[in-house]
Design a protein around this ligand. Structure first.
Ligand SMILES: [Fe+2]
Length: 164
């Protein structure tokens, strides 16, 4: 009887971890799409630098999406990045930066600011998922979230350094 209680509890914990990972997946996907969109549309005096940095960052994000989604599958849940409105919410924000009523340099700086905001949002989702993984005693999920937080912090540093 006792082992049954433990196993139900562990299943619930795993379900809660997968739920947190769905948020990380959707937020990372939104950031990937935004970074790729900016890679195409950035202009101005920092064009070469930003076009190249966005290229490196969207490729890193694209790879990470696969790890996050496959971790959700390992927890025996389907990977559902498009459930809810976490991705659709960003479309207004990213299309603003192609409206030419400000200078190309101002638009480029706004892109960088938007990306920093989105990286911070992903870090918050990762921190929640990391905490839930720790409660569930799921070392592999916790370790993946630690790696993702490190990668996002690194990306914020690079973006911040360009607009200083
Ligand atoms: Fe390209």
């Amino acid at each position: 009887m006792k082992s049954e209680i433990i196993s139900i509890s562990s299943r619930e914990q795993s379900h809660a971890t997968a739920d947190c990972f769905q948020h990380v997946l959707a937020d990372t996907y939104a950031l990937y799409l935004t970074t790729h969109h900016y890679h195409w549309n950035v202009e101005g005096s920092k064009f070469v630098q930003l076009h190249k940095l966005f290229d490196e960052q969207y490729n890193e994000l694209f790879k990470s999406i696969d790890y996050i989604a496959e971790r959700i599958r390992a927890l025996d849940h389907y990977a559902l990045p498009f459930a809810g409105d976490r991705i659709s919410k960003i479309s207004g924000m990213i299309s603003e930066e192609t409206v030419k009523d400000t200078s190309a340099d101002q638009r480029a700086d706004k892109m960088v600011h938007n990306l920093i905001t989105l990286h911070r949002r992903v870090i918050e989702s990762c921190q929640t998922a990391k905490e839930q993984s720790r409660i569930a005693k799921d070392d592999e999920s916790e370790s993946l979230m630690t790696d993702r937080i490190t990668a996002h912090q690194q990306s914020i540093w690079m973006l911040r350094s360009i607009i200083k």
